[in-house]
Ligand binder design. Structure first.
Ligand SMILES: Cc1cc2nc3c(=O)[nH]c(=O)nc-3n(C[C@H](O)[C@H](O)[C@H](O)COP(=O)(O)OP(=O)(O)OC[C@H]3O[C@@H](n4cnc5c(N)ncnc54)[C@H](O)[C@@H]3O)c2cc1C
Length: 375
């Protein structure tokens, strides 16, 4: 296994996460992937171990130990052959509620999110005609009595079938506005349709038509929905980077072992430079991206304005490192890379989820390099 020399102070956290993960090896994940199923047993175990409170303040039942710990949790899940989508969502999506919720909302929900009894897994922002461009939302909210009437059509929404709480972004007279929908209150009104995907991301379309909700469901100020979501972008990018690094390290570890064991022409395939060089380049990319991840975390934890640019770089570099490692793993395993038995093809599919970086490149170009704004 390639070593991880950074953040030695978090070695105890790594060991503890690995202990929580011990019953959930690659075969567990292979089965879930083939059934497109939710990782129920893993989710329950992570809740019992207390990991969901990582980013929740202690007064609402969390441990509040910070994004570096959260990043180790998701990295270790992926490094162990898993897919941290659900755990990442449960730890991080509640950040908007922590920062911008009312006390009543926080008291009602955060303790249950921290212990896993309430699932808070979804943000519904993307629409059929506004993907990257959030300035043209078709989903609407209009004031009505003491509340709002909401109509929305959303696509590519992760985990909406499995969550109790969901953040919905709609356009109101004041501008983009967030609502916190509780499935127990509005469940029947949400129509959710699965979208078949390359990976087990449990992604759906979501419709609701003329749903009345009380103003208590509004999350953050009217018109400030995008601003509220954006406050969480830097930590969420670092978690995405850590996830991508976990996938990369799983593939790299397996590839190195295979390169040393598998023999052709009377010698290990890893003796051939055609195998060595792609693996060494992948290793270099992973290590460089990991350094950027820790630098970004330092800035995120210090609430430094430079965290935005650094976290974007960490996500870009880590996702590219995972993609490069997938290619190196393909070369190393040859035809076996495509067999489900070796878990490489599944990890290769998982790595695709992180490669969409255009808007992050725009962010870095404008905010860090001070190039003219593209749009
Ligand atoms: C696995 C998965 C899970 C997702 N989960 C969620 C979720 O839970 N909630 C949610 O709201 N959304 C979710 N999304 C949606 C995701 O946020 C969108 O895919 C993203 O916003 C881009 O929208 P789009 O796919 O419609 O691409 P489009 O907006 O159609 O863009 C297509 C391509 O063009 C590029 N592009 C567009 N405009 C520009 C520009 N001005 N400059 C440079 N490049 C540009 C984009 O980067 C993209 O690569 C998920 C997506 C995936 C793949």
């Amino acid at each position: 296994m390639t070593t991880n020399a950074y953040a030695p102070e978090l070695e105890d956290v790594r060991r503890a996460v690995r202990a929580s993960l011990a019953p959930f090896g690659p075969e567990y994940w292979r089965q879930l992937d083939s059934e497109r199923a939710f990782p129920e047993a893993l989710f329950a175990a992570m809740g019992r171990a207390g990991w969901f409170g990582t980013l929740i303040p202690e007064r609402w039942g969390g441990a509040d130990v910070g994004p570096a710990v959260a990043s180790v949790v998701v990295e270790e899940i992926n490094r162990a052959g898993g897919d941290a989508t659900t755990i990442n969502a449960q730890m991080a999506i509640c950040g908007t509620l922590v920062r911008d919720g009312t006390d009543a909302q926080r008291e009602r929900y955060l303790p249950g999110v921290a212990d896993g009894s309430i699932r808070f897994l979804s943000v519904a922002a993307t629409e059929p005609d506004s993907g990257a461009d959030m300035s043209t939302l078709e989903s609407k909210g209009r004031r009505y009595g003491e509340g709002w009437v909401l109509s929305a059509s959303k696509v590519l929404i992760s985990l909406a079938e499995h969550t109790r709480l969901l953040i919905l972004l709609v356009s109101t007279e004041e501008g983009p506005t967030l609502f916190l929908l509780d499935e127990e209150d509005v469940g029947g009104a949400l129509e959710v349709q699965p979208i078949e995907m390359i990976t087990n991301r449990m992604t759906t379309s979501l419709y609701l038509d003329e749903l009345y909700v009380h103003d208590d469901c509004r999350l953050g100020p009217p018109g400030k929905g995008l601003a509220c979501l954006m406050k969480g972008f830097a930590p969420r990018r670092v978690l995405a980077a850590a996830e991508a690094l976990g996938h990369a390290r799983f593939m790299l570890d397996r590839s190195l072992a295979h390169a040393k064991e598998r023999e052709t022409f009377g010698r290990p395939i890893g003796q051939n430079q055609g195998v060595q060089y792609p693996l060494t380049r992948a290793y270099a990319s992973v290590e460089a991206a990991d350094l950027m991840r820790w630098d970004a975390l330092r800035l995120v934890e210090a609430d430094d304005p430079a965290a935005g640019g650094r976290s974007a770089l960490a996500k870009i570099l880590a996702s590219e490192a995972a993609w490069e490692t997938a290619r190196a793993a393909l070369t190393t395993f040859g035809g076996w890379a495509l067999s489900a038995d070796y878990h490489i093809e599944r990890k290769l599919r998982d790595a695709t989820v992180f490669v969409f970086n255009n808007l992050l490149l725009s962010y870095v170009a404008e905010r860090v390099l001070e190039l003219p704004k593209a749009y």
